[in-house]
Design a protein around this ligand. Structure first.
Ligand code: PMP
Length: 331
């Protein structure tokens, strides 16, 4: 493995995935209004800025050029999870899932995108207060809501197969910082494992729980294939209960008759698996071809991973009538 310089490690994986070049004129939703991103700023004393006390979502909108339509994928499920994340850290969000969906569709309409987009809602402790308590002392620590959106291509390379490592960083534990919630502060854990993997020359990382079992990827869920069956870590393995994970389980069963076992995965099962892939809103379906310098299966993206990837892209672009109810049209 060749170590990478910081410049090499920071190179975006696709040209539309330019983390530094976000257009500040894009419209965002902040303080109950639709305003340009450049005006959507928080005070440096904001509780969430000091303590990471916010929760968020990552949602994708796929642009279907033939239909000139933007489809937001499983938006309702993302906002249901956002509500659950709020519960975990006592955020009182005064918007229903339906209201959040409506705001998001309006936001997309105002930006008139003609490419694939990423949507990032945040709900956070917006008080200008010192002290980590989550109690909203007489309204002194109110809840903030922001939603912004930006063009996004591939977050990891989805075509050639990823070369990943098992991270030396463990996944955050449910009793310490629940991974079930998409909590801002816990992404320092993802940042540590991803950064060290990139700087070592890997594309990404797999994190283990403290007990040594496989949890998930740095910011994505993980599937392996053994003897034609899918296996993924169960919800008690410190994973984020991924919406793409649920999508894959359902598609694999309905369309290919492939069952998924949700159970603990040993580290060494990774080395003997026939196939492996990451999945997530950002990661989409990304075949893994090497883990810790060992080839996965043949060392090429596996057949099951490939067919799930192809189907996934048809589904998210609204090309499969059966699953069109997962795709919310914007226009
Ligand atoms: N795990 C983590 C830690 C994540 O950040 C993500 C991305 N949201 C996922 C898994 C995948 O979840 P989803 O498919 O809902 O995007």
């Amino acid at each position: 493995m060749t170590e990478k310089t910081i410049e090499e490690a920071e190179k975006p994986v696709s040209k539309d995935c330019n983390y530094e070049g976000i257009d500040l004129d894009l419209i965002s939703y902040f303080g109950g209004k639709f305003i340009p991103l450049r005006e959507a700023n928080v005070n440096i004393m904001t509780h969430a800025f000091q303590y990471g006390t916010g929760v968020f979502e990552g949602i994708r909108g796929y642009y279907n050029a033939e239909e000139k339509q933007m489809y937001i994928f499983r938006m309702k499920e993302h906002y249901e999870r956002l509500h659950n994340s709020c519960k975990l850290i006592r955020l009182e969000l005064d918007k229903t899932v339906d209201e959040l969906c409506k705001i998001t569709v309006e936001l997309m309409k105002r930006n008139k995108p003609e490419c694939d987009m990423y949507i990032r809602p945040n709900v956070y402790k917006a008080g200008i207060v010192v002290g980590p308590s989550l109690i909203n002392k007489n309204g002194g620590n109110p809840t903030g809501l922001s939603i912004c959106t930006m063009p996004m291509g591939d977050y990891v390379d989805i075509s050639k197969g990823l070369h990943v490592c098992v991270s030396s960083w463990f996944r955050v534990e449910d009793n310490a910082l629940p991974a079930r919630g998409k909590i801002q502060g816990s992404y320092v854990n993802a940042a540590l494992s991803k950064t060290d993997a990139l700087l070592t020359g890997f594309d990404d990382s797999i994190v283990l729980s403290g007990d040594g079992h496989v949890s998930e990827g740095s910011a994505m869920n993980l599937f392996i294939v053994r003897d034609g069956k899918l296996i993924t870590s169960g919800v008690a393995s410190n994973i984020l209960e991924g919406i793409t994970r649920a999508t894959i389980i359902e598609l694999a069963k309905n369309e290919f008759g492939i069952e998924t076992m949700e159970r603990q995965i040993d580290r060494t099962e990774l080395y003997v698996a026939d196939e492996a892939f990451f999945c997530g809103t950002g990661a989409q379906v990304s075949p893994i071809t090497k883990i810790d310098n060992r080839e996965v299966g043949t060392g090429k993206p596996g057949a099951i991973s490939k067919k799930l990837q192809d189907l996934y892209f048809d589904v998210v672009k609204g090309k499969k009538a059966k699953y069109k109810n997962w795709c919310e049209p914007v226009f």
